[in-house]
Design a binder for this molecule. Structure first.
Ligand code: SF4
Ligand code: SF4
Length: 198
């Protein structure tokens, strides 16, 4: 296998799309850059199996976001209500996840990158948040995959990774519509049961 040393961040970002093509299938990338994300990109470039590479990029982004918000409470949660829900007469709790079947009493049961990147304006006006464009490693995804990442709320990690792997916008649209219908039906059933108990 050939070796290629990456020693310039800007060149790496510029050539990222070229480096992930079949032309570099037999190339082992190395780097001397002291930058955590560049190292992760190089690591991803060295994963030659497509599904494994997608999983690596996905998990890297989720972990980086989790680390960034560790110990912070940017949504201002108090008694399970975020700053928006603390408004008088608001009966909702658990933030904007309340309409999702993947929510549990201990938080999200899955790892959803789209949700992790979402913050409403009440938060973004006050705090610095990680945005899509801050995750340079996402440059490794195609335009279609980026659109999927931006619009995969309420899905599980596995469902999103499957969509990214297949890469079909049509299938993604159908799967999203089915997912949302199932989710809304289940939520309506839960609410109906709760009403009956009361
Ligand atoms: S992003 Fe906004 S609406 Fe969602 S939980 Fe945070 S404060 Fe609440
Ligand atoms: S998938 Fe998204 S909306 Fe659902 S519980 Fe997890 S973070 Fe909340």
């Amino acid at each position: 296998m050939k070796e290629l040393l990456i020693d310039n961040k800007e060149v790496l970002y510029k050539k990222i799309k070229l480096y992930k093509t079949f032309l570099y299938k037999n190339t082992m990338f190395k780097t001397n850059l002291d930058d955590e994300e560049c190292k992760a990109i190089v690591e991803a470039l060295n994963i030659k199996k497509r599904k494994k590479r997608i999983e690596y990029i996905y998990d890297y982004c989720c972990n980086r976001i989790d680390k960034f918000y560790e110990g912070k409470n940017v949504c201002g949660f108090t008694n399970n209500k975020c700053i928006i829900q603390q408004a008088p007469n608001c009966k909702y709790k658990n933030g904007c996840c309340r309409l999702c079947i993947h929510q549990s009493s201990t938080g999200c049961k899955t790892k959803n990158l789209t949700c992790k990147l979402f913050y409403c304006s009440s938060v973004t006006q006050k705090y610095e948040v990680i945005k899509f464009k801050d995750l340079k490693i996402l440059k490794m995804f195609s335009l279609r995959q980026k659109l999927m990442i931006k619009d995969s709320f309420f899905a599980t990690r596995e469902q999103i990774i499957f969509d990214l792997y297949i890469g079909s916008i049509i299938l993604f649209g159908i799967r999203t519509a089915i997912r949302e219908t199932i989710s809304l039906t289940k939520l309506a059933a839960i609410k109906y049961k709760e009403k009956k108990i009361k």
